[in-house]
Structures are given as structure tokens and as C-alpha cells.
Design a protein around this ligand. Structure first.
Ligand code: MOS
Length: 735
């Protein structure tokens, strides 16, 4: 059988197989589903950020037209707690008591015959609060601080001593704002019970986890829960757990013995499904005059809600990004009266990389060394945490190819030295990385009597191209044309999949699809090898290749036959095989899984009088290992870059410092990068297939965002001579 290593680095950019369904409006998103007899839910949310509910006033709502149920902490049924997710986050249990821990916390759930009746009745629910002063400031000394909550702190060498004796040091503080995931699709849940069996349509990036949560919460076996999500409508991390509203919807449906549907409003999307937590980072770097790093000390404090958990070790990338003998990374979380944070678009790395790559730009300036040269000089070809070689790393090639494409050599290193009329022009760059991540996955592959294939797994396609690249992988493995292969996903009854998150799904699931297809081919060969009528009689599974819908001895078209012929002779309507994958083990491999790398080059233009900042050019040179689909991978990097522009210049979830209310919870007030903010984005792929992963891929989702915010900030410094260390950078900081 052919191996992945023999394939080209960049696979054909075939169109999305789900594209026509999406652009013709026939792809059903979670909010599009309805079932007969369904009722509608509406959330009531707290108008204070801290304290206790003294009394709920629900009489008016209960008597309102069409109202079927009003759930509060006083009457909600007992439920269990959900499992901890792989990211260490337990789903918050809704309406668990009278305690208020954030503004916008769900305090009641109203169910009515129509959506209008539910919303109208929800407005009639009121609470009397015994309000307390909320803790909202990250640096408030009263906030409980979690020290190394994830055991991710690192230390090697003696960073303090090395900083003390360094020839040159940079010490700086950086801040990043709360951002909100804001996928375009409003999150929706439709829950229907039949006896003790629950079917849920839900906006999720991980149906298997939503099933596990609902099973634990309602005390029913996982086999009694089915979670469906054929299309997602975007996630950006918000769909990585079953949020309280999902549990509430299922709880209400069970109570009133009717299906219940809930669609969040846009403002509720800011309080109910996570957000990127704000953070402060302190970075100290020490170096020799030649620019060799001698010390990196990177510490962070980020915001966390009062009662839940969220995994966000900002500084972890600084432990492996560069060759440096003395390194400290430390992450702390402060419990505040804010909504539950969650992973959002390159969680942790987006923030941590902004701080380190900004500090390196400051160091380059102080040393009068070119920023690319500084990074090249400190490049590491082994994982500095354990001394193991990387499975594959082409970061040097990223610098070179990116700089060439961008025209970095034309940069005058002097700040404020490049102009185009009234525009100050700045060039900035940054390295990017996103660690390899995978979880166990399973997939099932079937070939039907007509020679077509169906492959499935309970994964999701959050717009990343899962439908397409998995069909491509299966087609390649089975030797079938793409149009004879269907990949189905989005149903928890299918074999378990990992999350569509952490840039890991393509690698993790791809490996399982690869395994399922190989096993399926083996099953065909097993059938044929003992069959006197088969041209494959006596063949060994190791000696065959699959091409054109046929299995044949390698290089011997005369010694082969079609899948359909084998099935027909054995009077079978189909043949099925199951495959699985577990994440590769670095120790076993004797190398460190490298993950994705990149070099980002940005040109900004800053209006000399008004401070207006425009990103005018971006070149992203990406080492993503083997690229399965040039088009969908490029789209990933483009999308990540747009998110990076938003994080750098626009996105800021503003909380009222007195009340804890989110003040800009609409698409009118919360700014995301739109077409006018985004120039043509140039993406180039470099490197080699990753020898550490079966698919030879690394994951090309989040590495698209990482590095864009510091590259922009560094370009703004180059354009204006002003070092800005707080995101988002807005024009008032330049005036
Ligand atoms: Mo991504 S923030 O892991 O969905």
C-alpha cells in the first residue's frame, strides 16, 4: 500500500464538497431544525454581577399567554454534573443555587408555545437581589489567584541570574483584552426526549463531548443520547463544551414532555458561550550584544470566572519557541465576576506569542539587529524542554521565503523613516507557532456494491473543510475518485471523534480515517486472496495498491479487480471496517511533535495626523507539514489572519467597571475585522511532511492567527516610533 510520505507536500486545492449546500442555503445549521410539537425557550439573565437572588418574581410570566414552564433555581429538577472535558473544563451547571457570579448569568428559563411568547414572558420575570460589589479588575488584590492551575509552569537554568548578568535586557508589560468568539451562526439547541432517550441538535464543535455531558447530567447512558450537528455556523472555540443553555433546554424539554428549541440572541452570545480572557503579561528577556538570548522570563495573569475552569497557559510557548538556557514561564488566573472564559481562536498562544514577539522586537531595536536575524540566531532545532529533535520544523525556511516574498530587504530599520504621502509606512514581523494537538478518534469506512464509499465519524466541520479533506484522504487511500466518496459527520451515533479544536482534527481524525480505509482494503484482499476466481488470488494485503476503484498487485493492472466485483462474487451488499487513532507519543517516537510554525510579515500605514491604522499587506509563510488541500488550508490561514487583525486593532469586549455588564454586546458595537479592514492576504506553504504524524500534517488552523498581532504592533512601532503594548491598538494611542 502506498504511504503518505510518498505524496506531494501540498495536496490539490479541490473545492469544498459541502460548498454547493452552503451557498444554496440547503445546509441546515443548528437553528434551522424543527420538530413537530416543539416549544420555545427564552433565557432570563442576571442584571447584577455578584451577590444573591433574594426572591424570584415569576407569577406574571407564568400567567402570560402560551407559557408552559418557568424554571428557576427554586424549582429546577436535580441534575448531575457533567464530566470534565479534555481541556479540564467542567460544564457550568445552570440554576444551581441563588448565587450570582456574573452579569448575564442565566437565572430563569421560560418555555412557551411560540418564540415571541417566550421572549415576552421572559421580560416579565424579575429578581430581587442582594447585590455585592463585583470583582472586575484583573489586578484587584482581593481576587483569588490560582497558581499554576494546570501544572504547566516551566523553569530551566537560572533565569533570574541570567537576567541580572545579561549584557542587554528588555523588561516590559503587555496586556490583551477580553475578546468574544462571535461565530456568525447564533448558537441554538433543540432537545427532544422519547422516554429516557434524548436527541439534541446543538451548535457544537464536539458532539461526542456534548453527549458525554448530557449523559452525566441526566443520569442516562451515553447510548441514550444523540447529538446532531451536520453544519456548525462557526465556532472559534465557543463550541468546545456543552454550555448551561444546552442543559437548560434539555431539562425543560424533559419537564414539559415536549421538544424545546432555544436560539441565543447576539447579546447572549457574549455571556453564554465563553470568551477569550483578558490578560496581563510580564516579559523579561536578556541577551548578549550579538543577540543570543540568555534569559526569558514570561509570566501571565489572566481572568477566570468565579466557579468554573478554563485552560489558558499564555506563556507556555515561550518554553519552546527559542534556544535559550534560562527560561521561566508562569501562568496565574484571577477569579473575577465575569462570564466563563473559554478557548478562542488560538487560545493562549495568540496572547503569549504577542508578548514574547513584541519583546523580541524591542530587543532587536535595542541591539540594532534585524528582527528576522535575531530570531534566526535563536532558532532551535531541538525541543529545548527535553532535548529531543523536532519531528519536522521549517521555521528558518518560513523566515526566508516570507521575507523574500514580502520584500523585507527594502525595510529601512529606522522607525518613522518610510512614508507614502501622509501615510507613515511600517514593516513588522513575528514568528508564529501552534503546538501539535490530537485526541483519540475513530472512523468507519464502507464500500457499497456500486463501488462508492461512505466514511463517517462523529466529527464536525466548523468551516475548516473537514468534510472535504476527510473525503480526499479516504479517496486517496481507497483509490477512488473523490465523487465516489462521501464523508459523513456531525452525529454522535457515529464513531467517536475528537473536538474540532486545537488545530488537531485533521491530524487526529485523518489518522483514524487512514486506519479505517487500510483495514477495509485488507478485508477486501482477505476475501479475494482465497478465491480461485479472483485475479488477486494469493495476494498479500501488503503487496496491493488501490487505484481507479480497483485493488491490484502493485504495478500489475492485470492482477486486480474492482471493489464491486469482489462484493458481487461474494454476494455482499457492502463491506465495512472500523479504524481508530491515538495521538502519537513523543517519547516512543524519540522526537517532539513539532506542531505548526510560521513567519508573519505585515505592512501597516498610519495616517500621520489622525493615527488611523490600516493593514496594507500581509505575507504568511507557513510550515504546516503536509497540506492536504491547498485551498481549504489557505482559507484557514486567511481566516486566522483576519482574526489576528481583529485582535490587534479592533476586538475588545468592554465591561462596565461598576456593574460588570458587557457594554458592547452587539455586532454594531463589538468590532470585528471586515472586508474594509483586510487587504489581499498572501499565504505560502513551506517545509516537509511531518514524520511524527501518520497523516504527516501539523494542523493549520490557529497558526494563521498567531503572530499577526505582534507583527502588526511591531509594524506600528516601525511606522510611528511608538511602542504599543496593549491590545487592541486604537488610534487614540497614537495621538
Ligand atoms: Mo479552537 S479555539 O481550539 O476551536
Amino acid at each position: 500500500m502506498s504511504t503518505v510520505e510518498s505524496r506531494p507536500l501540498v495536496g490539490t486545492g479541490v473545492n469544498r464538497v459541502d460548498g454547493p449546500r452552503k451557498v444554496t442555503g440547503t445546509a441546515p445549521y443548528p437553528m434551522d431544525f424543527s420538530v413537530p410539537g416543539q416549544a420555545y425557550g427564552a433565557l432570563v439573565q442576571s442584571t447584577v454581577a455578584a451577590g444573591r437572588i433574594v426572591r424570584m418574581h415569576t407569577d406574571a410570566a407564568e400567567g402570560a399567554p402560551g407559557v408552559l414552564s418557568v424554571l428557576t433555581h427554586e424549582n429546577r429538577p436535580e441534575v448531575g454534573a457533567g464530566p470534565m472535558t479534555a481541556l479540564g473544563a467542567s460544564p457550568p451547571s445552570p440554576l444551581r443555587n441563588d448565587r450570582i457570579v456574573h452579569h448575564g448569568q442565566h437565572i430563569a428559563f421560560v418555555v412557551a408555545e411560540t418564540p415571541e411568547q417566550a421572549v415576552a414572558a421572559a421580560r416579565l420575570v424579575h429578581a430581587d437581589y442582594d447585590a455585592a460589589e463585583p470583582l472586575l479588575d484583573l489586578r484587584d488584590p482581593r481576587a483569588e489567584t490560582l497558581v499554576d492551575p494546570w501544572g504547566t509552569d516551566t523553569a530551566r537554568g537560572d533565569a533570574a541570574a541570567a537576567l541580572e548578568s545579561a549584557e542587554v535586557t528588555v523588561r516590559a508589560t503587555y496586556t490583551t483584552a477580553d475578546n468574544t468568539n462571535n461565530p456568525l451562526g447564533l448558537f441554538a439547541t433543540l432537545a427532544a426526549w422519547e422516554g429516557d432517550t434524548l436527541t439534541v441538535h446543538d451548535t457544537s464543535q464536539w458532539p461526542s463531548m456534548v453527549r458525554a455531558t448530557l449523559s452525566a447530567v441526566f443520569g442516562i447512558p451515553e447510548s441514550a443520547v444523540r447529538v446532531l450537528v451536520p453544519y456548525v455556523g462557526g465556532g472559534f472555540g465557543a463550541g468546545l463544551r456543552a454550555w448551561p443553555h444546552v442543559i437548560l433546554t434539555a431539562m425543560a424539554a424533559r419537564l414539559i414532555k415536549r421538544p424545546v428549541k432555544l436560539v441565543l440572541t447576539r447579546p447572549q452570545m457574549f455571556t453564554s458561550i465563553g470568551h477569550r480572557p483578558s490578560g496581563v503579561q510580564w516579559v523579561s528577556v536578556g541577551a548578549t550584544r550579538e543577540g543570543d538570548l540568555t534569559a526569558v522570563d514570561h509570566r501571565s495573569l489572566s481572568s477566570l470566572s468565579m466557579e468554573e475552569t478554563d485552560f489558558e497557559p499564555f506563556s507556555s510557548g515561550s518554553a519552546f519557541a527559542y534556544r535559550c538556557a534560562n527560561v521561566v514561564t508562569q501562568d496565574r488566573q484571577a477569579r473575577l465576576n465575569v462570564a466563563v472564559p473559554t478557548s478562542m481562536r488560538a487560545p493562549a498562544e495568540a496572547q503569549g506569542n504577542f508578548a514574547l514577539e513584541s519583546a523580541l522586537d524591542e530587543l532587536a531595536r535595542d541591539l540594532r539587529v534585524d528582527p528576522v536575524e535575531l530570531r534566526r540566531r535563536n532558532h532551535t532545532d531541538v525541543d529545548p524542554r527535553n532535548g529531543l529533535p523536532w519531528s519536522e520544523k521549517a521555521l528558518l525556511e518560513c523566515y526566508e521565503a516570507g521575507a523574500r516574498r514580502f520584500g523585507w530587504a527594502d525595510r529601512n530599520p529606522e522607525p518613522r523613516s518610510m512614508r507614502d504621502g501622509n501615510w507613515l509606512v511600517g514593516y513588522g514581523m513575528a514568528s508564529a507557532w501552534f503546538p501539535y494537538f490530537a485526541q483519540p478518534c475513530a472512523a468507519q469506512a464502507t464500500i457499497n456494491s456500486d463501488g462508492s464509499a461512505l466514511v463517517r465519524s462523529a466529527a464536525t466541520d466548523i468551516g475548516t473543510g473537514t468534510y472535504t479533506v476527510m473525503a480526499q484522504l479516504a479517496a486517496g487511500e481507497l483509490g477512488l475518485p473523490l465523487d465516489l466518496v462521501r464523508f459523513d459527520l456531525g452525529d454522535s451515533d457515529m464513531p467517536n471523534s475528537m473536538m474540532a479544536g486545537g488545530s488537531g482534527l485533521t491530524g487526529g481524525l485523518g489518522n483514524a480515517v487512514h486506519d479505517a480505509c487500510r483495514r477495509l482494503v485488507r478485508s477486501f484482499v482477505e476475501l479475494a486472496r482465497g478465491d480461485a476466481e479472483s485475479p488477486l488470488q494469493g495476494a498479500s494485503p501488503d503487496d496491493v495498491e488501490c487505484t481507479g476503484g480497483r485493488i491490484q498487485l502493485a504495478g500489475r493492472p492485470d492482477r486486480g479487480e474492482s471493489y464491486a466485483a469482489v462484493l458481487a462474487r461474494h454476494k455482499l451488499s457492502e463491506l465495512t471496517a472500523n479504524g481508530s487513532s491515538t495521538p502519537p507519543d513523543a517519547e516512543e517516537l524519540g522526537m517532539s511533535l513539532a506542531g505548526a510554525y510560521g513567519a508573519k510579515f505585515v505592512e501597516v500605514r498610519v495616517d500621520a495626523d489622525l493615527g488611523l491604522i490600516r493593514v496594507s499587506r500581509v505575507v504568511s509563510a507557513i510550515d504546516g507539514g503536509r497540506i492536504l488541500n491547498e485551498k481549504t488550508a489557505r482559507s484557514q490561514i486567511i481566516g486566522g489572519t483576519v482574526g489576528g487583525i481583529g485582535m490587534a486593532l479592533l476586538e475588545d469586549t468592554v465591561t462596565d467597571p461598576r456593574t460588570g455588564r458587557i457594554a458592547n454586546g452587539t455586532f454594531g458595537d463589538y468590532l470585528v475585522a471586515v472586508n474594509a479592514d483586510v487587504p489581499d492576504l498572501d499565504v505560502i506553504f513551506v517545509g516537509e511532511p511531518d514524520r511524527g504524524t501518520a497523516t504527516a500534517t501539523k494542523g493549520v488552523g490557529e497558526v494563521g492567527l498567531v503572530g499577526i498581532p505582534p507583527a502588526i504592533a511591531n509594524a506600528v512601532y516601525h511606522a510611528t516610533g511608538k511602542r504599543l503594548r496593549d491590545l487592541p491598538i486604537t488610534l487614540d494611542a497614537l495621538l
